[in-house]
Design a protein around this ligand. Sequence first.
Ligand code: SF4
Length: 463
Amino acid sequence: MATPKTFSIRTFGCQMNEHDSERLAGLLVADGLVPATSERDADVVVLNTCTIRENADLKLYSALGHLKALKQERPDMQIAVGGCMAQKDRGAIQERANWVDVVFGTHNVNAAPALLRRARSDGSLVEVLDEPDPVSNREMAPALYAVRETPFAAWITIQTGCDNSCAYCIVPSVRGREISRPMDDLIEEATMLANAGVVELTVLGQNVNSYGRDITKRGPLFAALLRALGEVEGIERIRFTSPHPKDLRPETIAAMAETANVCPQLHLPMQHGSNRVLRAMRRGYTIERYLERLAQARAALPDLAVTTDLIVGFPGETEAEFEELLEAVSVAQFDSAFTFIFSPREGTRAALLTNEFIADDVIKERFERLKHVLDRSALKKHAAREGLLEEVLVEGPSRRNAAMLSGRTRQGKLIHFPLVEGVRAGSLVHARVNHGAPYHLIGEIESVVRAPRHKIRIPLLVS
Ligand code: SF4
């Protein structure tokens, strides 16, 4: 029997891309390939690209430069480029790097194995769809076949694309309009995952709380989906990302509060605190509206942890408007935040505002001031957990200290604690917090709730 070809996937960007890479790995395994021990030794290397940040191009072409040398050593090796950069640049990637064999887009990830086979006989190929192909998308291998890093936790994509048009964001033009997957498919997938030992589900979408808006005229179905996922036996924790503040509806907040296994964690991207800047960003809400929704969520879920995304240096941002951002952040009191320096992305409205770009040194100084305010509220939120008993899903050995284990609380906070005999990745424990640092907790295990549930799964080879 011929030795199976090996593959390696390098992922750039967000969780959507990471999950696409997991699913692509599952498709390649189902096509008879096996994961390589390293990219250097792989017969097939796939780069799953991101296009959000300006230096995304640089990252891609420097990676392709390194792979060129490998390919000169092993001409049989195949290189494929997928993801958002491939969706945007298509054939231009092969013009710049003619040693790339296959270019596929965000709407036809499932075509990659067949394209790689065809390219072996027909030569290099570019196949990027403008719209997802509903048939093949529906038939796409469910997440179960995904080759996942963590056997007890899984991502489930409920929707692709985004109908919003934030001025700095390229996603709508590379991921297309919002397309929600049928709820039955999602419940079936969640059930299959639970049967395989998955206990934590993270629901993925660009704008999850508008889920279903394209399926029914009755408005979004996200609240109903959360409740339905809450019924799936074996699923102990449900998280979701990213909701849009303008679509955070009372019924979603009620579903979060009334569905026991929905974790008390909300990632709600605020982006800025000035209404003039929010309008220029085309975010579709005012800061007052944002803070009002946040207060409603906290009233319904008193132990809610809230994280956010913030952009500093959006074109035209004045000192006074930046002060409004600092003010809003100190009112919101976030548990943590992803902070970004504005970076113009070709193809977005904001990239055209060149005469309003802010000087780098000004942005850097503002970024440090913002970080200072965020660190203060993060420390307060973490210190407030001291003395509490947290339910923790163990993720495995701490990356920093081999004598410690790490895991996540229901709020999603990272916690480290000393090793305990028999406790390992996938175990559920109760740990007492004895120290709150700005971005993690330290604790001691007090009791073991249950042992891991996940089973090791070997995907079937399709001849
Ligand atoms: S909501 Fe805005 S920032 Fe988020 S993916 Fe859609 S367009 Fe981009």
